[in-house]
Write a protein that binds this ligand. Sequence first.
Ligand SMILES: *[C@@H]1O[C@H](CO)[C@@H](O)[C@H](O)[C@H]1NC(C)=O
Ligand SMILES: *[C@@H]1O[C@H](CO)[C@@H](O)[C@H](O)[C@H]1NC(C)=O
Ligand SMILES: *[C@@H]1O[C@H](CO)[C@@H](O)[C@H](O)[C@H]1NC(C)=O
Ligand SMILES: *[C@@H]1O[C@H](CO)[C@@H](O)[C@H](O)[C@H]1NC(C)=O
Ligand SMILES: *[C@@H]1O[C@H](CO)[C@@H](O)[C@H](O)[C@H]1NC(C)=O
Ligand SMILES: *[C@@H]1O[C@H](CO)[C@@H](O)[C@H](O)[C@H]1NC(C)=O
Ligand SMILES: *[C@@H]1O[C@H](CO)[C@@H](O)[C@H](O)[C@H]1NC(C)=O
Length: 328
Amino acid sequence: MLNGGMGKSVQKWIACCLILGNIKTLTMAATIARSDTNLTSVLWAHAVNSQKLLDEALAGKIDMIEADIVLGTLENDTSGQQIPVMGHPPANVSDITLETFLTKILDYNTLNPDRQKGVKLDFKSTVVYEGSIGILNSLWKRMTYPVWLNADILPGPVNPTSIPVDANFFLSASKNFSSAVLSVGWTTQWGPSFSEGAYNRSHVDAMIGAIQGNNITGSKHEITFPVRAGIAAQSLSELQRLYSSLNGTNKLTLTIWSSAGDRVDIEKLRELIFDFGVDKVYLDVPEEVSSKLDLGRNGASSLWPSLLKFSFMNLAMFFVTQILSTRN
Ligand SMILES: *[C@@H]1O[C@H](CO)[C@@H](O)[C@H](O)[C@H]1NC(C)=O
Ligand SMILES: *[C@@H]1O[C@H](CO)[C@@H](O)[C@H](O)[C@H]1NC(C)=O
Ligand SMILES: *[C@@H]1O[C@H](CO)[C@@H](O)[C@H](O)[C@H]1NC(C)=O
Ligand SMILES: *[C@@H]1O[C@H](CO)[C@@H](O)[C@H](O)[C@H]1NC(C)=O
Ligand SMILES: *[C@@H]1O[C@H](CO)[C@@H](O)[C@H](O)[C@H]1NC(C)=O
Ligand SMILES: *[C@@H]1O[C@H](CO)[C@@H](O)[C@H](O)[C@H]1NC(C)=O
Ligand SMILES: *[C@@H]1O[C@H](CO)[C@@H](O)[C@H](O)[C@H]1NC(C)=O
């Protein structure tokens, strides 16, 4: 037996459910797009090593700006003074210094607090990192958005020729930047014609040793391991071991990157991404790789329970709001 009042509220409840059907779908879409739960949806601008590319990245829809730093000279500067400039080896001349690069991002983020971009700085040598510390120190307190300090600090697969940044120097100097994400990887050699190669036990042991030896386990820095897609796809068990060895002390993620034309076993890479979970993997790869990965296709099980919880919370909130508003 329903009295008139209750009948009305039942009607309201039904109407509410019909609206909620749609709201729930929208809420889910919004949550999936949120980068803190699905790190693979973070958008990267890669190798932003010139004024023009920086302007484009700042104007674009990307979330993270990745750039390389070498010791070199500013173009048109005849003094020959060697300073940290934006560029990828073998380049040693640039139209933008590290200081200008960082200042431009700082200015942009100050003017656009709702569209701030993070920055990943890839230091290409020990000397350029040493020469950059003063610049970082002078801007650090004002850079309140994500700043990643990246270097290849150990020799990796497959017999790479480039010289790693000194691991102890990089880690001990980076410790001073307590809010930094430390992005530490291995030098690599890979390409279209490579098929054999993996991050092996020795590579992983050396990384764990460097991090523990420099007490990054004590400083509690967030760490991301940049791993090259084609090689990482063939290294699942060692990367799992790396993760579980340090997960107790530091927040950890992987950043999967790839060079244009690199050979990548897409199915194995998918397996790796879903094994770690999309909440632990950043994906900075060319479109040719990301489109083939097709991460929306099944296998996304790990996130659904929390997404459902989130949308039911919103559903409940919506009810509370409705009830409160009908009372007045
Ligand atoms: C810069 O690179 C050019 C070309 O590779 C090389 O000839 C030159 O010596 C380099 N300059 C410095 C200061 O390393
Ligand atoms: C260097 O000189 C050229 C030609 O005058 C100019 O277009 C360019 O903007 C200058 N580069 C820098 C970094 O000032
Ligand atoms: C791992 O690979 C390196 C070459 O990159 C090699 O020197 C080392 O012996 C390998 N370690 C193992 C355990 O296979
Ligand atoms: C780190 O900070 C300490 C204390 O502020 C300072 O003495 C040291 O020189 C810094 N290290 C580097 C590499 O800047
Ligand atoms: C490691 O760092 C933590 C935090 O700074 C400190 O409390 C601890 O004493 C350090 N341990 C060693 C062995 O240096
Ligand atoms: C990582 O560590 C956290 C906290 O210590 C724990 O809750 C989580 O289950 C661990 N994850 C894995 C994959 O080991
Ligand atoms: C994560 O983001 C990727 C890239 O935007 C998307 O394809 C995928 O469907 C998302 N997965 C989940 C579980 O949200």
